[in-house]
Design a protein around this ligand. Sequence first.
Ligand SMILES: [Zn+2]
Length: 206
Amino acid sequence: MEFSSKLLENAVYEMSQLPGIGKRTALRLVLHLLRQPKAQTDHLVTALGTLRSTIKFCKKCHSISDEDICDICSNLNRSQDTICVVEDIRDVMAIESTGQYRGLYHVLGGKISPLDGVGPQDLNISSLIEKVNEGQVKELIFALSATMEGDTTNFYIYKQIEGLKVKISTIARGISVNDELEYADEVTLGRSIVNRIPFENALKSP
Ligand SMILES: [Zn+2]
């Protein structure tokens, strides 16, 4: 792609660093922004800049939050002894939109994936084990995607807390499109949380 403007080229390059955005799409987006009133681009830049500089991660569940403790963790109407283990905030949003879950979450920040160089120490796993060890947790619900990495992560956590007095369940499987939680429709996802099964049963099934 030949650019007659270095400024344009830089903007397109930065835009194309986003996932799923190729050079052509990046160019289209940048040209679109140029056609909009300048204030609109300013709003976008300010929103992203403020997000980046002030966003926090909840000290309890590690989800993205405006405060030290997120709205979900600080809501005392939610059952504090049930924790749903998810990969990232998209899963929290998907499960929240079902309206079927009233417990808390624990956001791992990824899945164990040796091929990508992601080990247990790179994820928020030790703080989860700590929570369970403290004895306040009655039930852990695994809600990671049904991929090899998801299964590996579930099993790793399970092994760390095996024998402790905590019920471990997993959301029903064979329900979601692409095996990604965020794509499951609300009704199906809601049902799979309500009808969750003991993790040991999931281990035995082929
Ligand atoms: Zn939280």
